[in-house]
Design a protein around this ligand. Structure first.
Ligand code: ATP
Ligand code: MG
Length: 219
């Protein structure tokens, strides 16, 4: 943190549907930092039916994690493309294996952890619609699209993610508890984890900006 003009490398962690995507897009709007979302990148490959897309489709649909070897190789390659920019990584790492692999090639400076009650998460997922091409997320009743079922910017169709079905959500939350929780401890031990509690993104956002403002001035 003492090196001047250093490129900030940040991570955002949190349970499925804890608002990582929403908070990330606000961060990207306010600060100069590239958003790198593993989930968005994988969904893009699935949409385009690439070899990787075909390989990972069933994991995403069932709410399971893509195996570490595939995920590490993919994300390290993606991050190399943006290593000349400050970035905010969302959705990776999700296992201690991934966290170790990332730390070896690129130690991170700041880790944000969003802490949202599980009952809020379950409710949110039921009303969630996404624009696949951009990753824009809508929530009926909270951030409702202007035209039902259509993206505000492009007018293209919104879809409900298959892994937002209740069974898949349950599975994702179980995986989160058993496999991803240790990732939080990994960064806690490094002394770079900061937690943000709240029921909504609007509640969490001001806490995030008061934390990030001085950090971005420093970098
Ligand atoms: P949200 O982004 O709304 O909080 P989420 O975090 O559960 O939801 P994504 O990050 O978009 O969802 O990831 C969706 C799916 O992509 C995961 O359930 C998993 O199948 C796969 N995936 C994404 N990142 C990883 C990763 N680092 N390791 C393994 N699988 C991953
Ligand atoms: Mg995501």
């Amino acid at each position: 943190m003492t090196v001047k003009n250093k490129l900030l490398k940040a991570l955002i962690l949190g349970a499925p549907a804890s608002g990582k995507g929403t908070i990330s897009s606000r961060i990207v709007k306010k600060y100069t930092v590239a958003h790198v979302s593993s989930g968005d990148k994988l969904r893009d490959h699935i949409e385009k039916q690439t070899d990787l897309g075909k390989e990972v489709k069933k994991y995403l649909n069932e709410g399971k994690l893509v195996p570490d070897d595939v995920m590490i190789k993919f994300m390290i390659t993606e991050l190399k493309k943006v290593d000349d920019k400050p970035w905010l990584l969302d959705g990776f790492p999700r296992t201690v294996g991934q966290a170790n692999a990332l730390w070896k090639v690129q130690p991170v400076d700041v880790v944000l952890n969003l802490v949202v009650p599980f009952e809020v998460i379950i409710d949110r997922v039921r009303n969630r619609w996404v624009h696949l091409a951009s990753g824009r997320v809508y929530n009926i009743g909270f951030n409702t699209p202007k035209v039902e079922g259509k993206d505000d910017v492009t007018g293209e169709d919104l879809v409900q993610r298959p892994d937002d079905r209740p069974e898949a959500v349950q599975k994702r939350l179980e995986i989160y508890e058993s496999v991803t929780r240790p990732v939080i401890d990994f960064y806690k031990e490094k002394g770079i984890l900061k937690e943000f509690h709240g029921r909504t993104s609007d509640e969490i956002w001001p806490k995030v900006t008061s934390y990030l403002d001085p950090i971005f001035t420093k970098f």
